[in-house]
Design a protein around this ligand. Sequence first.
Ligand code: SAH
Length: 342
Amino acid sequence: MKNIYDYSLEQLTEYFALIKQKPFRAKQVFSWLYQKDAQSFEDMSDLSKDLRNQLNEEFTLDVLKIKEKQVSRDGTIKYLFELLDGSLIESVLMIHDYGRSLCVTSQVGCNMKCTFCASGLLNKQRNLTAGEIVAQIIKVQEDVGQRISHVVVMGTGEPFDNYDNVMDFVRIINHPHGLAIGARHITISTCGLIDGINKYSEEGIQTNLAISLHAPNDEIRNELMPINKVYPMDDLREAVSNYISKTNRRVTFEYILLKDINDDIIYARQLAHYLRGLNAYVNLIPYNSVDEHGYQPSSKEQAEIFKSELLRLHINVTMRKEHGRDIDGACGQLRAKRNGVK
Ligand code: SAH
């Protein structure tokens, strides 16, 4: 069975040409899927019965099942989904004053091996297809009965290690006949795969880029993120700088504050120095403890000191509000538990 959400409008149009149907059928189906929230081909009442049956034989809309749901006191909802092949993935819905943001997963497992992260507890099993990422949004919208306004590709997996599918996903949800989620409301977060950043610079799309930096220098970053040995910080900075010149977009640098590892005031100064001259801002992230790894979150006081020092050095900085602390909030935590890793 083919996953209908894998198809762009252009691909569906080709499909209908192939089965000798009018090309506008593709728009009709797209509108049912993404604007009228159809849950089956049966729902698509302006298609003939025969066509609906034919579609039903070739395609499916049921690519994700909700296995488990955790609702946090702050309204955050964490979903554990099962894919058709039995793989488990997570998505997290966060409620902000500006809308509803969904954090989606891009791979089953992850190979980046960041030492603080729960996702890497399981190696990458495979890439998700574009439609399996799209379906995470569809399922959550269906479950809460409300529209998702913002999407962050910050769940399990490294999006630039699944570049083509992630970009297909972005185009489908951004398409005016699709979910029509504005490019500026879509963010891709990478651990710093430079080839991916270079390609992304050329896409001609107004989506956002976030870099998981988490360290002020190569020595610490090598410890936290093994990928830094392949793409060290100077090279990363150059790629980001090129991205900014080409796209004119401001870049977010994410920085998890880890007690006694990267939260000294000296490191705030090194970080400021690294970012000097880049159109960027820093998002400081409180660490969600992962039992296996032994890292601790920085104290509130230390986090404030770190933040103030960046501000004093004229670096734009925000502190991420915590979401879903009480519900296995961090990437891969719920899935790792259910797979018996934790
Ligand atoms: N591979 C991509 C996207 C997935 S990780 C990337 O590296 O950006 C999404 C973000 O969550 C990253 O910034 C990651 O470093 C962070 N993260 C992972 N584990 C975390 C934890 N336990 N607490 C807080 N943030 C975490």
